[in-house]
Design a protein around this ligand. Sequence first.
Ligand code: UDP
Length: 459
Amino acid sequence: MIQVNATNRRRDDYMQETSRPINGDGAMPLSFKTGSKRSLPVPAPEGLPDARRFKLTSVEDYASLIGGEAVERLLEKAERLRDIHVVNINSTYYGGGVAELLSSLTLLMNASGIRTGWRVIQGRPDFFSITKKMHNALQGGDIELTDLKVQIYEEVAYENAARLHIDHDVVVVHDPQPLPLIRHFRKKAPWVWRCHVDLSNPHPQVWDYIAPMVERYDAVVLSLPEYAQKLDTPQRFIMPAINPFSTTNKELSEAEINDRFEHHKIPTDLPLVVQISRFDKWKDPQGVIDAFQIARRQIDCTLVLVGNVATDDPEGQEVFASICSQAEDRIRILSVQDSALVNALQRRAAVVVQKSIREGFGLTVTEAMWKGAAVVGGNVGGIKHQIEHGVNGYLVNSVDETAACIVALLKDRKMRDRMGHHARESVRKRFLMTRLMEEWLDLIGSFEARFQLRGAGQH
Ligand code: UDP
């Protein structure tokens, strides 16, 4: 499968050699083996030995949230793609929005009969240091893209290609870390690059470097239309979504919430202002502390900053260290991975802040809104698409605006409740995992197989 020296070949060459008949009906969308009854090479979820003890969340579980008609429609679409084998490839199992999305979406797809895998590439610390710099540069930061950095980046991708053994019907590659993998495979199926970062202003040198690799893909999926780039490859826009049944989002009892607060020794005697984010400069934790310092002069409250450090984000430790000295009784800064704590904090907070300076989408905003929290979010990227200013939260452009909105919300419980109510409803309508899955099924189902004789069109 791996073609080591194939990096210079054009996409069309691959397609001519390797596209294969997929389905017999006229337009030939990529709806593999419709209605196939063939048994799966891996046990179907209901065939797992522990199926009675453990149950995957299924589309039907969403019925009370999205309605029976939507459930039926989604199940029909899933049935048309039944038994296809999809693989997702990213660079961490936990610690950020992509991992959070993949853990839920891949299970929902499997529960719907679509065999969907998830692979994680491995890399040395220098590789992740380079890819984090590239990530920052794609969001508009600076970088010196030296030959050595390019060499390490490409070498690690090649090493991963050697042990990935990809032979799937659809390959979805997430973000820049595994992007070059495509150069080392002879394509037999559509490859999709799913980029989650805020691409509104990418660093030109980095974009020029990655664009030829991006153009080897058959489709590019971005979170928002404003991230579109000049590319020959078709671009589609799909916003992320949350799983309301995950540990991060499911209903919690008061006792469960209290337990998390006691465990982490977080005081609850004053109203809580909370930001939950990887420790990352784009999330502006210092700006949150500065806004809190202004707000607390007008109203007593406690700030809780919770963050985790993803394995593919080597800068996290540094950012955490840079703010740690400001911790005190009323400014709690915790570096932990505890999804139930995230859930409890979003439920108990008087105000949830997400003061990002760049934000591809911002699942922490969606998660907090789902819990009926009033959210103060940076007026950037995906946050702008989630918060309607003054209706279901506030959008802010500076530390002072953040402080003013925190104070306004802390002083007015009714307004918080009203905004929180609208917030939850907008997530129910727009940002649940079933909507995300449906958009992926539509995309996968709209690839067409090509039957072209080699040499056709050359006379
Ligand atoms: N998250 C978490 N613990 C933390 C910080 C974040 O579990 O301490 C989760 C958070 O609940 C969300 C994801 O990580 O699901 C972050 O996604 P988002 O899109 O907000 O930002 P990203 O990290 O992808 O930039």
